[in-house]
Design a protein around this ligand. Structure first.
Ligand code: UFG
Length: 326
């Protein structure tokens, strides 16, 4: 099956595109390289264009049977500062893509969604049927596309899966691709940048949360486990599975201090750190209840926190990362 991978030069998109290829699918990456990286296109069938380029998009859609849509901005704080950028790119451009997909008669659509659609959870682990009440524009933009998919599926028969990621982490075991954001805000890469001496200390945002050690708890999920879930979701839809949303996390949470310990264990270096005030908008604990994905997709993450940290560490020492970082 041929699959258009929008945002396929980005972090999660690039890992999924490679695993699609390795699993016998024919991925076609569509990316404007505004956030994605040229290194992720090496050896891949790709189109460098903007989703707003209607001609390029229609030509690309004629070549495929399914779409996986990763192209979006994903910074929670940035979305609060510049919501227009988020509604324009994630909603307006996302809807144009969706309409072009319907017009092209494509039947399968997989959306990169997020646990941010839930807002502060009333229950942890978070079940899939938890009401979606996002508290930041990023979550609201993803929820808007989820709503559109639900309506278009009911009205037009589009088959979709909305995949709600928890905290994506790690890198491909090959060391060829991995995470590289500008600026980097995520915990694991920030901790590794500190371990490598590129940052003087890791800031720990808050130690007075109602958690066992006072720091926030998150459900970290290896990027290749996420990639596998996309392939399983596509197979599920192709086999006649009903359109649905899925939580993608391991179901186990780790605190910021537990991540710091994992980073020290993997790198063998003590991590200079400083406790700072809480970061606005951080809920104390976000943990997935992934049972829906376990059951319907037969998805079971196989990599643990140590794997995520060590693959990310290996990636951040690779020639590709070091060259792209400069
Ligand atoms: N943290 C630090 N120091 C840092 C970076 C992060 O202490 O330098 C803490 C944060 O406060 C948080 C935890 O580490 O408690 C994880 O933070 P990340 O920035 O790595 O990830 P988030 O949980 O903020 O973000 C993730 C996804 C988003 C998604 C969001 C939903 O990356 O896409 O969860 O809340 F929207």
């Amino acid at each position: 099956m041929r699959v258009l991978v929008t945002g396929g030069a980005g972090y999660i998109g690039s890992h999924t595109a490679r695993r699609l290829k390795a699993s016998g699918f024919q991925p076609v990456i569509f990316d404007n390289l505004s956030v994605g990286h040229a290194f992720a296109l090496v050896g891949m069938d790709s189109i460098v264009a903007d989703l707003a380029d209607r001609d390029a998009l229609s030509a690309a859609l004629r070549r495929v049977d399914a779409v996986m849509h990763f192209a979006a901005f994903s910074g929670v704080s940035e979305s609060v500062r510049d919501p227009r950028k988020y509604f324009h790119n994630n909603v307006q451009t996302g809807l144009s893509l969706l309409h072009a997909v319907l017009d092209a008669g494509i039947r399968y659509f997989i959306l990169s969604s997020t646990c941010a659609v839930y807002g502060p959870p009333s229950r942890v682990p978070i079940p899939i049927d938890t009401p979606r009440l996002p508290i930041n524009p990023y979550g609201a933009t993803k929820l808007a596309l989820e709503h559109a998919l639900e309506a278009y599926s009911a009205a037009h028969g589009l088959q979709y899966a909305s995949l709600r990621y928890f905290n994506a982490a790690g890198a491909d075991e090959s060391g060829a691709i991995g995470e590289l954001h500008r600026p980097e805000t995520h915990l694991i890469p920030n901790a590794l940048l500190t371990a490598s001496g590129q940052r003087s200390e890791l800031q720990i945002f808050g130690s007075d949360y109602p958690t066992p050690d006072g720091t926030c708890i998150r459900d970290y999920i290896h990027v290749n486990d996420l990639a596998d879930a996309h392939i399983l979701a596509l197979r599920y839809l192709h086999n006649g599975g009903e359109s649905a949303a899925f939580n993608l996390g391991t179901g186990t949470g780790y605190s910021v201090l537990e991540v710091v310990q994992a980073v020290e264990a993997v790198t063998g270096r003590p991590l200079p750190r400083r406790v700072c005030p809480r970061r606005a908008g951080d809920p104390p604990a976000l943990i997935a209840d992934p049972s829906h994905a376990n059951k319907l997709l037969q998805w079971k993450p196989s990599r643990n926190l140590r794997d995520m940290v060590s693959n990310a560490w290996q990636w951040m020492q690779s020639p590709t990362y070091l060259k792209a970082q400069t």
